[in-house]
Design a protein around this ligand. Structure first.
Ligand SMILES: Nc1nc2c(c(=O)[nH]1)N[C@H]1C(S)=C(S)[C@@H](COP(=O)(O)O)O[C@H]1N2
Ligand SMILES: [Mo]
Length: 263
């Protein structure tokens, strides 16, 4: 048994034509909270097959995802995907309130890091109220608090040649014949340094619950939900994605989803 019930995914996967058309058509299904007035967004929704490069030109390096107010938070953040990892190492940490948790930062860095939750919470924090868009067609607005990924990376001193940040997670998303597959994701350095990209430890002004990725989960607000790795165990700076999983940069990307997944 896996921690994740793939039944909800089957329909989507069965209808999968092209990865980028899936990501774009997913947007059409978003609820009435979607920002219909946003010209950039409307343009993207109408333009099937837009490439990563084209989205970059449209959205630029620093364009911000829309932020909301607390009055816009209508419901709790809906837990999705794996919501309660059964992995022994995760369970042991959770049983002790993640006191022994360490975020490991390695790869193409000048300084490897091993940071406790206290270390991360002692760094400057940022809170943002944003909308989470899942490719399955639902959205949720929530307030996320955490440390800027850029602040963590600055401490680790990335090599000039580092191009991506890979997030390795604690949870087993699939138990296959060839062994357990752990969730993983990746983003490029531009999104890693974006001001709204945070490693969140708080949700709606409370400690991040297990169902939403405790103790630490990524928020990368200009992209779809599956990019936002929960249960982050380690991050690795790399110059290519091919050595990870099936080589497409994420668990869902390896199964046909778009890597950039911009919204
Ligand atoms: N480690 C891990 N991260 C994950 C997932 C997962 O199953 N495992 N699911 C992804 C998907 S598809 C979504 S929509 C969001 C759900 O986050 P939430 O549970 O806080 O709503 O987490 C993403 N990150
Ligand atoms: Mo999702």
């Amino acid at each position: 048994m896996s921690d994740f019930d793939p039944a909800r995914r089957r329909l989507l996967t069965a209808g999968l034509v092209g990865a980028s058309s899936l990501a774009v058509s997913g947007c059409d299904a978003f609820d009435m909270l979607s920002d219909r007035d946003n010209a950039v967004r409307n343009f993207i929704e109408g333009a099937n097959g837009l490439t990563y490069r084209a989205q970059r030109i449209l959205l630029g390096r620093d364009a911000l995802a829309k932020e909301f107010t607390r009055a816009d938070i209508l419901q709790p953040q809906r837990p999705n995907g794996v919501t309660n990892p059964s992995d022994a190492d995760y369970k042991a940490l959770a049983a002790e309130d993640f006191k022994a948790y360490r975020l490991e930062v390695s790869g193409m860095v000048g300084a490897r890091l091993s940071l406790s939750l206290d270390d991360l919470q002692a760094m400057p924090s940022r809170s943002q109220i944003t909308r989470h868009d899942c490719v399955e067609g639902w959205s949720c607005i929530a307030e996320w608090s955490g440390v800027a990924l850029s602040a963590v990376l600055e401490r680790a001193k990335p090599a000039q040649s580092a191009r991506f940040v890979v997030f390795n997670c604690f949870d087993t998303i699939e138990r296959g014949l060839s062994g357990n597959i752990k969730y993983y994701e990746s983003i490029d350095m531009m999104d890693a340094y974006h001001p709204q990209t945070i490693l969140a430890y708080g949700l709606n002004r409370k400690v991040l619950p297990v169902s939403n990725g405790a103790p630490l989960r990524l928020r990368v607000e200009r992209q779809l939900g599956y990019k936002m790795a929960k249960y982050v165990r380690s991050i690795e700076l790399v110059d290519r994605l091919t050595p990870f999983g099936l080589g497409k940069g994420g668990y869902w990307e390896d199964r046909g989803y778009d890597w950039y997944a911009g919204i």
